[in-house]
Write a protein that binds this ligand. Sequence first.
Ligand code: DX5
Ligand code: ZN
Length: 222
Amino acid sequence: MQTAKLSPSMMCADPFALRETLEEFGRGGVEYLHVDVMDGVFVPNFTLGTDYCRHLKSHSPIPLDLHLMIDAPERKLDWFPFGAGDIVSIHVESTRHLQKALAAVRERGALPFAALNPATPLCFLEPVLEDLAGVLVMTVNPGFAGQKMIPASLGKIAAVRQMLDDSGRKDAEIEVDGNVSLENARKMRQAGANIFVAGTAGLFRKDRTLAGGIEALREATK
Ligand code: DX5
Ligand code: ZN
């Protein structure tokens, strides 16, 4: 089983305390900064964009985990700053050119992940198993923080893990995004996930400091 990693969801972070937040993440050794990019077309919301990514890159050494919830991402990859060590997730439903998009991410030295909405079947991964470094399994419908996990998600994570292992991709990672609470994180880990997007459910909470949240999530996912 791959090492468990944390990827705090930056759309949930206090925009007026970003410097302190990034310092805390540095101290906590978080592995990625999850950036939700929404275009109001692929999902019914607008969030973080290209300039925000550039600011993160210049203020923190932590690799980016770009979650592109945008139509035709293959035409827009050049707009984003990413390279070696960064993850770029391409939604299977967002493009007619999935292989091309994944290959373009790889070409720039980054880690191409294929993202699946809750209702998207695994078979879409089959033709691109060679092209991906990991799979992002959405455990809520993308667009908003603070939703409840869709119950079928745990079975889906296990099925993706099985599919990757059976096709000689034991090295490929599984990231989960949506309602990663301490309780759900434990179950997701058991099902085979190893990268956890920490949003309002597990990390950005009034009853926990960021340091305390990181520690609790580490404990839940070890
Ligand atoms: C959902 C976003 C997530 C979200 C997860 O569209 O991709 O990153 O912020 O956080 P919570 O814990 O609020 O579900
Ligand atoms: Zn996300």
